[in-house]
Ligand binder design. Sequence first.
Ligand code: 5AD
Ligand code: SF4
Length: 474
Amino acid sequence: MEPRGPPLHRPRTPPLAKKLFIKTYGCQMNVYDSERMTDLLAPIGYAVADRPEAADLVILNTCHIREKASEKVYSELGRLRRLKDQRRTKGGNLTLAVAGCVAQADGAEMRRRAPYVDIVMGPQAYHRLPEYVARAERAAAGPAGQAGVGILDTEFPVESKFDHLPAPTRQAAVSTFVSIQEGCDKFCTFCVVPYTRGAEFSRPLQQIVDETRRRVDNGAREVTLLGQNVNAYHGAALDGDANLAELIDALADIDGLARIRYTTSHPRDMDADLIAAHGSCAKLMPFLHLPVQSGSDRILAAMNRQHTAADYHRIVGALRDARPDLALSSDFIVGYPGETDADFEATLDLVRTTVFAQAYSFKYSARPGTPAAALQDQVPEAAKDERLQALQALLNEQQRAASQAIVGRTTEVLLERPGRHQGQLVGRTMWNQPVQANLPPSYQGSLAKLHIDACAANSLDASLPDTTDMRACA
Ligand code: 5AD
Ligand code: SF4
């Protein structure tokens, strides 16, 4: 006999999972923001897709720091528009959102240039993403023919987005990022950050400790503290404001957290407490990214950097006194307006005398709205090319020497994730050098003492030293 009425335990159809693809441009802060957007969208049914074609929602999390970075966004948008059109012709939908600094800087202009984009929102607004996505979905389900929903949010809200982000629940990467500070009040004359990210803001100390502890509970062993001006950190704490050294001290108490790093610093904010922490805190890694931009005092003054080459040398000297094996990294700009051959020589001199283990160097590119963009004496492109080549040759030589110096030694490596080849794990030394080694998967997430066998093109090859058994050392 046919049963009458519905069975008591009819298996429920799982809610239809929607798919999200985020493309992240630029800095590590954007990587952090993209992860937090993923956390925010999970409760409204979005799971991660590995490509835009498989997604219902695509977010471009953009970077505006140099010219090329923002151009890339518009060409990607052109491709996504075609995908959105194809979906429409098949009766479906693709929601398009642009977040980050290009969205902040271009705002209304982006709405004009790319009207098919549904959501344009700056880096301080993304905690409102679930509301905006829900609105875009409702509009797409309504009358056909909508070009884009037209949501624009580039305000700097008075409330902190950090107060609205959910606690991270997903499995954390072995090496994870936590934003602790945003924005910048320095106004270097070449830089858009003070305009796109706004004024300096520091998260309260306890909020950062709690988030980091969560990440450690979820599998992280290393944290990199992020901020545009991370060492200007001054977050609220129980007994007044805490500086970065005090925050590092508090984080070092978290059991299971093995390594702490921070980036990006400004030489002016490298205070005595922080320099001392490099000598006293064993969990703080002996690697520091400390942008100098130029070695010429004339150019440094024109850039409004508020430090000289001698200041930089003094700070590096104090850091190396505190931590003699400290490896340094930096950012350089060549071809700032008015830069002469003699100015550029001063940059090469600073590199020769400081010695960097790693570095990033860029040709100056005029950013709309910044003071330097309006200067008359722009350096010809050919001179910029020539200087960049010379600088990079010197920096590459120093980087190779730093990698070569560790070959033959046994050192601690944090094994972060599987490598590209079967049976391979990749990780980093204390000095932030990438390492690859053939090891069992059980080593992932552990600190292992490895013998550095050779220096390959972009990383070090390592293996277990002969004397070690097959256990990880931590
Ligand atoms: N042109 C070239 N490089 C720039 N940077 C920032 N603004 C510009 C610009 N307009 C570089 C600086 C900074 C890094 C993140 O990007 O070196 O430290
Ligand atoms: Fe830009 Fe200078 Fe601020 Fe760094 S310190 S974010 S280069 S304005």
